[in-house]
Design a protein around this ligand. Structure first.
Ligand code: PLP
Length: 372
Protein backbone atom coordinates (compact mmCIF):
# COMPACT_ATOMS: atom_id res chain seq x y z
CA UNK A 1 0.00 0.00 0.00
CA UNK A 2 0.97 3.58 -0.42
CA UNK A 3 3.18 3.02 -3.41
CA UNK A 4 2.56 4.60 -6.76
CA UNK A 5 2.49 2.09 -9.53
CA UNK A 6 5.07 3.50 -11.93
CA UNK A 7 4.04 1.12 -14.69
CA UNK A 8 0.68 2.71 -15.30
CA UNK A 9 -0.56 6.26 -15.89
CA UNK A 10 -2.79 7.92 -13.29
CA UNK A 11 -6.33 6.58 -13.14
CA UNK A 12 -9.20 9.05 -13.22
CA UNK A 13 -12.90 8.55 -12.60
CA UNK A 14 -13.47 7.91 -16.29
CA UNK A 15 -11.67 7.92 -19.63
CA UNK A 16 -13.16 9.67 -22.65
CA UNK A 17 -14.13 7.42 -25.55
CA UNK A 18 -12.14 8.06 -28.72
CA UNK A 19 -13.80 7.47 -32.11
CA UNK A 20 -12.08 5.33 -34.71
CA UNK A 21 -9.62 7.58 -36.51
CA UNK A 22 -10.56 6.25 -39.96
CA UNK A 23 -14.28 6.76 -39.40
CA UNK A 24 -13.75 10.24 -38.01
CA UNK A 25 -11.37 11.31 -40.80
CA UNK A 26 -13.86 10.18 -43.39
CA UNK A 27 -16.58 12.35 -41.83
CA UNK A 28 -14.13 15.22 -41.40
CA UNK A 29 -13.17 15.16 -45.06
CA UNK A 30 -16.85 15.29 -46.05
CA UNK A 31 -17.45 18.25 -43.71
CA UNK A 32 -14.40 20.15 -44.96
CA UNK A 33 -15.21 19.56 -48.61
CA UNK A 34 -18.78 20.81 -48.04
CA UNK A 35 -17.55 23.97 -46.28
CA UNK A 36 -20.53 23.71 -43.92
CA UNK A 37 -18.92 23.61 -40.50
CA UNK A 38 -21.92 24.56 -38.36
CA UNK A 39 -25.47 26.04 -38.47
CA UNK A 40 -27.70 22.98 -38.42
CA UNK A 41 -25.64 21.05 -40.95
CA UNK A 42 -26.16 17.49 -42.18
CA UNK A 43 -24.15 15.84 -39.34
CA UNK A 44 -26.22 17.59 -36.65
CA UNK A 45 -29.45 16.66 -38.46
CA UNK A 46 -28.34 13.06 -38.87
CA UNK A 47 -27.30 12.74 -35.23
CA UNK A 48 -30.61 14.25 -34.08
CA UNK A 49 -32.44 11.66 -36.17
CA UNK A 50 -30.30 8.75 -35.00
CA UNK A 51 -30.58 9.69 -31.33
CA UNK A 52 -34.36 10.23 -31.53
CA UNK A 53 -34.74 6.87 -33.26
CA UNK A 54 -32.59 5.12 -30.68
CA UNK A 55 -34.45 6.68 -27.75
CA UNK A 56 -37.81 6.19 -29.47
CA UNK A 57 -38.80 9.82 -28.93
CA UNK A 58 -40.49 11.87 -31.68
CA UNK A 59 -37.88 14.64 -31.83
CA UNK A 60 -34.64 15.67 -30.20
CA UNK A 61 -32.73 18.94 -30.42
CA UNK A 62 -28.96 19.03 -30.13
CA UNK A 63 -27.12 21.98 -28.65
CA UNK A 64 -23.64 23.05 -27.61
CA UNK A 65 -23.56 21.50 -24.12
CA UNK A 66 -25.73 20.09 -21.35
CA UNK A 67 -25.79 23.30 -19.33
CA UNK A 68 -27.16 25.31 -22.27
CA UNK A 69 -29.62 22.45 -22.88
CA UNK A 70 -30.99 23.07 -19.39
CA UNK A 71 -31.07 26.82 -19.97
CA UNK A 72 -32.95 26.41 -23.27
CA UNK A 73 -35.41 23.99 -21.64
CA UNK A 74 -35.98 26.42 -18.76
CA UNK A 75 -36.87 29.10 -21.37
CA UNK A 76 -38.93 26.65 -23.40
CA UNK A 77 -41.10 25.92 -20.36
CA UNK A 78 -41.30 29.61 -19.43
CA UNK A 79 -39.56 29.04 -16.09
CA UNK A 80 -36.92 31.74 -16.51
CA UNK A 81 -37.07 34.27 -13.68
CA UNK A 82 -39.28 31.98 -11.58
CA UNK A 83 -38.98 29.76 -8.51
CA UNK A 84 -38.01 26.17 -9.33
CA UNK A 85 -37.64 23.25 -6.92
CA UNK A 86 -34.62 21.04 -7.50
CA UNK A 87 -32.26 18.65 -5.73
CA UNK A 88 -29.08 19.61 -3.86
CA UNK A 89 -27.51 16.25 -4.76
CA UNK A 90 -26.41 16.88 -8.34
CA UNK A 91 -23.63 18.44 -10.36
CA UNK A 92 -23.50 22.20 -9.86
CA UNK A 93 -24.52 22.83 -13.50
CA UNK A 94 -28.16 22.01 -12.64
CA UNK A 95 -28.24 25.02 -10.34
CA UNK A 96 -25.95 27.22 -12.47
CA UNK A 97 -28.44 26.88 -15.32
CA UNK A 98 -31.29 27.99 -13.04
CA UNK A 99 -29.30 30.94 -11.72
CA UNK A 100 -28.24 32.06 -15.21
CA UNK A 101 -31.90 32.02 -16.23
CA UNK A 102 -32.73 34.27 -13.29
CA UNK A 103 -34.59 31.52 -11.44
CA UNK A 104 -34.73 31.12 -7.66
CA UNK A 105 -33.72 27.53 -6.89
CA UNK A 106 -35.30 25.90 -3.83
CA UNK A 107 -33.84 22.63 -2.62
CA UNK A 108 -36.02 19.75 -1.51
CA UNK A 109 -34.14 16.86 0.07
CA UNK A 110 -33.42 13.53 -1.60
CA UNK A 111 -34.71 10.06 -0.90
CA UNK A 112 -31.64 8.58 0.84
CA UNK A 113 -32.22 5.20 -0.83
CA UNK A 114 -32.41 6.32 -4.46
CA UNK A 115 -30.46 9.61 -4.03
CA UNK A 116 -33.04 11.30 -6.31
CA UNK A 117 -35.38 14.17 -5.37
CA UNK A 118 -37.98 12.99 -2.83
CA UNK A 119 -41.59 13.54 -4.04
CA UNK A 120 -43.02 13.99 -0.52
CA UNK A 121 -40.45 16.60 0.44
CA UNK A 122 -40.99 18.30 -2.91
CA UNK A 123 -44.72 18.49 -2.22
CA UNK A 124 -44.13 19.98 1.24
CA UNK A 125 -41.92 22.65 -0.31
CA UNK A 126 -44.51 23.44 -3.02
CA UNK A 127 -47.13 24.00 -0.30
CA UNK A 128 -44.75 26.23 1.62
CA UNK A 129 -43.82 28.17 -1.54
CA UNK A 130 -46.93 28.70 -3.66
CA UNK A 131 -44.79 30.84 -6.00
CA UNK A 132 -43.13 27.59 -7.21
CA UNK A 133 -43.39 27.50 -11.00
CA UNK A 134 -41.68 24.21 -11.87
CA UNK A 135 -39.81 21.09 -10.71
CA UNK A 136 -36.32 20.10 -11.88
CA UNK A 137 -35.43 16.57 -10.70
CA UNK A 138 -32.21 14.80 -11.73
CA UNK A 139 -31.88 11.13 -12.72
CA UNK A 140 -28.82 10.78 -10.49
CA UNK A 141 -26.15 8.33 -11.80
CA UNK A 142 -28.62 7.16 -14.47
CA UNK A 143 -31.02 5.85 -11.82
CA UNK A 144 -34.66 6.86 -12.42
CA UNK A 145 -36.47 9.43 -10.32
CA UNK A 146 -39.92 8.46 -9.07
CA UNK A 147 -41.35 9.62 -12.39
CA UNK A 148 -44.95 8.61 -11.59
CA UNK A 149 -44.96 10.63 -8.36
CA UNK A 150 -43.34 13.61 -10.09
CA UNK A 151 -45.88 13.53 -12.92
CA UNK A 152 -48.67 13.38 -10.35
CA UNK A 153 -47.21 16.38 -8.48
CA UNK A 154 -46.86 18.30 -11.72
CA UNK A 155 -50.49 17.61 -12.64
CA UNK A 156 -51.95 18.35 -9.21
CA UNK A 157 -50.13 21.66 -8.81
CA UNK A 158 -50.03 22.65 -12.49
CA UNK A 159 -46.23 22.66 -12.60
CA UNK A 160 -44.02 21.59 -15.51
CA UNK A 161 -41.50 18.85 -14.70
CA UNK A 162 -38.11 19.29 -16.37
CA UNK A 163 -35.68 16.40 -15.94
CA UNK A 164 -31.93 16.89 -15.89
CA UNK A 165 -31.19 13.58 -17.61
CA UNK A 166 -27.47 14.31 -18.09
CA UNK A 167 -26.63 10.89 -16.56
CA UNK A 168 -29.53 9.00 -18.07
CA UNK A 169 -28.57 8.37 -21.68
CA UNK A 170 -29.00 4.63 -22.30
CA UNK A 171 -31.13 4.02 -19.17
CA UNK A 172 -34.60 2.64 -19.75
CA UNK A 173 -37.55 2.47 -17.40
CA UNK A 174 -40.25 -0.11 -18.19
CA UNK A 175 -38.65 -0.39 -21.64
CA UNK A 176 -38.80 3.37 -22.38
CA UNK A 177 -35.87 5.81 -22.48
CA UNK A 178 -35.72 8.02 -19.38
CA UNK A 179 -35.79 10.97 -21.80
CA UNK A 180 -39.41 10.10 -22.59
CA UNK A 181 -40.59 11.38 -19.19
CA UNK A 182 -41.39 14.94 -18.19
CA UNK A 183 -42.41 18.11 -20.02
CA UNK A 184 -38.81 18.15 -21.21
CA UNK A 185 -35.61 16.25 -20.45
CA UNK A 186 -32.09 17.43 -21.13
CA UNK A 187 -28.94 15.46 -21.79
CA UNK A 188 -25.20 16.12 -21.74
CA UNK A 189 -22.80 14.73 -24.31
CA UNK A 190 -19.68 16.02 -22.57
CA UNK A 191 -16.51 13.98 -23.07
CA UNK A 192 -16.75 12.52 -19.56
CA UNK A 193 -20.25 11.17 -20.11
CA UNK A 194 -21.14 7.65 -21.22
CA UNK A 195 -21.68 8.75 -24.83
CA UNK A 196 -20.32 12.07 -26.05
CA UNK A 197 -19.73 14.63 -28.79
CA UNK A 198 -16.72 16.18 -26.93
CA UNK A 199 -19.01 19.02 -25.83
CA UNK A 200 -22.72 18.74 -26.48
CA UNK A 201 -26.21 18.47 -25.11
CA UNK A 202 -29.78 17.73 -26.12
CA UNK A 203 -33.36 18.55 -25.25
CA UNK A 204 -36.22 16.09 -25.65
CA UNK A 205 -39.79 17.29 -25.37
CA UNK A 206 -43.07 15.48 -26.04
CA UNK A 207 -44.88 18.68 -27.02
CA UNK A 208 -45.50 19.40 -30.71
CA UNK A 209 -43.83 22.58 -31.91
CA UNK A 210 -41.14 22.61 -29.25
CA UNK A 211 -38.44 21.57 -31.70
CA UNK A 212 -39.16 24.66 -33.82
CA UNK A 213 -39.01 26.87 -30.72
CA UNK A 214 -35.72 25.29 -29.66
CA UNK A 215 -34.29 25.80 -33.14
CA UNK A 216 -35.01 29.51 -32.75
CA UNK A 217 -33.78 29.73 -29.15
CA UNK A 218 -30.46 28.07 -29.93
CA UNK A 219 -29.75 30.17 -33.02
CA UNK A 220 -30.35 33.83 -32.22
CA UNK A 221 -34.15 33.70 -32.44
CA UNK A 222 -34.44 34.40 -36.13
CA UNK A 223 -35.22 32.60 -39.32
CA UNK A 224 -33.53 34.42 -42.20
CA UNK A 225 -34.63 38.07 -41.84
CA UNK A 226 -37.58 37.21 -39.68
CA UNK A 227 -36.73 37.93 -36.03
CA UNK A 228 -39.19 36.09 -33.82
CA UNK A 229 -37.86 36.03 -30.24
CA UNK A 230 -34.62 36.73 -28.39
CA UNK A 231 -32.31 33.77 -28.83
CA UNK A 232 -28.81 32.76 -27.91
CA UNK A 233 -26.05 30.87 -29.70
CA UNK A 234 -26.22 27.30 -28.43
CA UNK A 235 -25.61 25.46 -31.71
CA UNK A 236 -23.62 22.26 -32.03
CA UNK A 237 -20.93 22.26 -34.71
CA UNK A 238 -20.63 19.69 -37.48
CA UNK A 239 -17.29 18.48 -36.06
CA UNK A 240 -18.85 17.74 -32.70
CA UNK A 241 -21.80 15.97 -34.29
CA UNK A 242 -19.35 13.90 -36.37
CA UNK A 243 -17.74 12.55 -33.19
CA UNK A 244 -21.21 11.53 -31.97
CA UNK A 245 -22.04 9.84 -35.29
CA UNK A 246 -18.81 7.84 -35.03
CA UNK A 247 -19.39 6.78 -31.41
CA UNK A 248 -23.14 6.08 -31.44
CA UNK A 249 -22.92 2.66 -33.16
CA UNK A 250 -20.71 1.53 -30.25
CA UNK A 251 -23.47 2.19 -27.70
CA UNK A 252 -24.51 -1.46 -27.12
CA UNK A 253 -20.86 -2.39 -26.62
CA UNK A 254 -20.35 0.60 -24.26
CA UNK A 255 -23.34 -0.43 -22.14
CA UNK A 256 -22.22 -4.09 -22.03
CA UNK A 257 -18.65 -3.15 -21.07
CA UNK A 258 -19.80 -0.88 -18.26
CA UNK A 259 -22.27 -3.46 -16.92
CA UNK A 260 -19.58 -6.16 -16.83
CA UNK A 261 -17.18 -3.87 -14.95
CA UNK A 262 -19.86 -2.90 -12.43
CA UNK A 263 -20.54 -6.60 -11.87
CA UNK A 264 -16.85 -7.12 -11.15
CA UNK A 265 -16.84 -4.21 -8.67
CA UNK A 266 -19.93 -5.78 -7.06
CA UNK A 267 -17.93 -9.00 -6.64
CA UNK A 268 -14.71 -7.54 -5.25
CA UNK A 269 -15.89 -4.79 -2.86
CA UNK A 270 -16.20 -5.57 0.88
CA UNK A 271 -19.97 -5.07 1.27
CA UNK A 272 -19.93 -6.69 4.73
CA UNK A 273 -18.32 -3.54 6.10
CA UNK A 274 -21.45 -1.49 5.55
CA UNK A 275 -20.90 -0.18 2.02
CA UNK A 276 -23.93 0.38 -0.12
CA UNK A 277 -24.98 1.68 -3.49
CA UNK A 278 -28.12 3.60 -4.47
CA UNK A 279 -31.31 1.56 -4.71
CA UNK A 280 -32.26 1.39 -8.39
CA UNK A 281 -35.83 2.10 -9.45
CA UNK A 282 -37.97 -1.01 -10.07
CA UNK A 283 -38.26 -1.64 -13.81
CA UNK A 284 -34.99 0.15 -14.59
CA UNK A 285 -32.51 -1.10 -17.18
CA UNK A 286 -29.59 0.86 -15.78
CA UNK A 287 -26.93 2.38 -18.06
CA UNK A 288 -24.16 1.92 -15.42
CA UNK A 289 -23.17 5.55 -15.96
CA UNK A 290 -21.22 5.71 -12.66
CA UNK A 291 -20.09 3.38 -9.92
CA UNK A 292 -21.08 5.18 -6.69
CA UNK A 293 -20.22 3.69 -3.29
CA UNK A 294 -21.65 5.08 -0.06
CA UNK A 295 -19.33 4.47 2.90
CA UNK A 296 -20.51 4.10 6.52
CA UNK A 297 -19.09 7.51 7.41
CA UNK A 298 -16.99 10.38 6.11
CA UNK A 299 -13.80 9.33 7.91
CA UNK A 300 -13.78 5.90 6.25
CA UNK A 301 -14.52 7.46 2.86
CA UNK A 302 -11.59 9.84 3.28
CA UNK A 303 -9.28 7.00 4.35
CA UNK A 304 -10.27 5.02 1.24
CA UNK A 305 -9.80 8.09 -0.95
CA UNK A 306 -6.32 8.70 0.49
CA UNK A 307 -5.30 5.06 -0.01
CA UNK A 308 -6.46 5.14 -3.64
CA UNK A 309 -4.80 8.48 -4.30
CA UNK A 310 -1.54 7.10 -2.91
CA UNK A 311 -1.76 4.60 -5.76
CA UNK A 312 -2.43 7.41 -8.26
CA UNK A 313 -6.08 6.36 -8.53
CA UNK A 314 -8.44 9.32 -8.39
CA UNK A 315 -12.12 8.63 -7.77
CA UNK A 316 -14.45 11.66 -7.61
CA UNK A 317 -16.59 12.87 -4.80
CA UNK A 318 -19.75 13.00 -6.94
CA UNK A 319 -21.57 14.87 -5.48
CA UNK A 320 -19.78 16.96 -2.96
CA UNK A 321 -20.60 19.36 -1.47
CA UNK A 322 -24.36 19.22 -1.23
CA UNK A 323 -25.47 22.31 -3.18
CA UNK A 324 -27.22 23.59 -0.05
CA UNK A 325 -23.66 24.56 0.98
CA UNK A 326 -22.86 26.68 -2.09
CA UNK A 327 -21.25 29.87 -0.78
CA UNK A 328 -23.19 32.04 -3.24
CA UNK A 329 -26.63 30.72 -2.22
CA UNK A 330 -28.46 30.87 1.05
CA UNK A 331 -30.30 27.63 1.54
CA UNK A 332 -31.89 25.79 4.43
CA UNK A 333 -30.13 22.51 5.04
CA UNK A 334 -31.14 19.20 3.46
CA UNK A 335 -29.83 16.62 5.94
CA UNK A 336 -30.09 13.53 3.70
CA UNK A 337 -28.22 15.11 0.79
CA UNK A 338 -25.60 16.59 3.12
CA UNK A 339 -25.09 13.24 4.83
CA UNK A 340 -24.62 11.26 1.60
CA UNK A 341 -22.40 13.97 0.07
CA UNK A 342 -19.96 13.53 2.96
CA UNK A 343 -19.43 9.81 2.38
CA UNK A 344 -19.94 8.93 -1.30
CA UNK A 345 -17.28 8.21 -3.90
CA UNK A 346 -17.63 7.39 -7.59
CA UNK A 347 -15.03 4.76 -8.47
CA UNK A 348 -13.23 4.76 -11.83
CA UNK A 349 -15.29 3.25 -14.64
CA UNK A 350 -15.12 3.06 -18.41
CA UNK A 351 -16.26 0.39 -20.85
CA UNK A 352 -12.91 -1.33 -21.48
CA UNK A 353 -11.35 -0.66 -18.08
CA UNK A 354 -8.76 -3.31 -17.19
CA UNK A 355 -10.18 -5.94 -14.83
CA UNK A 356 -6.94 -6.02 -12.82
CA UNK A 357 -7.40 -2.36 -12.04
CA UNK A 358 -10.87 -3.06 -10.62
CA UNK A 359 -9.39 -5.88 -8.52
CA UNK A 360 -6.65 -3.54 -7.28
CA UNK A 361 -9.25 -0.93 -6.31
CA UNK A 362 -11.35 -3.61 -4.59
CA UNK A 363 -8.32 -4.87 -2.64
CA UNK A 364 -7.34 -1.34 -1.62
CA UNK A 365 -10.85 -0.56 -0.37
CA UNK A 366 -10.96 -3.91 1.45
CA UNK A 367 -7.66 -3.39 3.25
CA UNK A 368 -8.68 0.09 4.43
CA UNK A 369 -12.08 -1.16 5.60
CA UNK A 370 -10.54 -4.17 7.38
CA UNK A 371 -8.23 -1.84 9.28
CA UNK A 372 -10.85 0.84 10.04
C1 PLP B 1 -22.58 16.94 -16.87
C2 PLP B 1 -23.79 17.45 -16.21
C3 PLP B 1 -24.42 18.64 -16.61
C4 PLP B 1 -23.79 19.62 -17.56
O1 PLP B 1 -23.48 19.16 -18.78
P1 PLP B 1 -22.34 19.87 -19.67
O2 PLP B 1 -22.54 19.21 -20.98
O3 PLP B 1 -21.03 19.53 -19.03
O4 PLP B 1 -22.62 21.32 -19.68
C5 PLP B 1 -25.63 18.99 -16.03
N1 PLP B 1 -26.18 18.23 -15.07
C6 PLP B 1 -25.60 17.11 -14.63
C7 PLP B 1 -26.28 16.30 -13.57
C8 PLP B 1 -24.38 16.68 -15.16
O5 PLP B 1 -23.77 15.60 -14.68
Amino acid sequence: MGEKNASRPPVFVTRALIPSEDAFMERLRAIFSSHQLTNQGPCVQQLEKNLAHMMEVPTLSLCANGTLALQLAIRLLGLNGKTVITTPFTYVATVSALLWEGCTPLFADIDPRTLCLCPEKTERLIRKHPETAGILPVHVYGNACDVAAMRDLGQRYGLPVLYDAAHAFGSRLHGKSLFAWGDAATGSFHATKLFHTVEGGCIVSPHAGDQETLRLLRAFGHCDDNHIRPGINAKMSELHAAVGLCLLPQLPEILRGRAARCALYDAVLPWDYGLRGPRLAPGLEWNHAYYPVIFPDGAVMRAVLAALEARDIHPRRYFYPSLTKLPYLQSPSCPEAEDVAERVLCLPLWPDMEEDLIREIGATVSSVMAGA
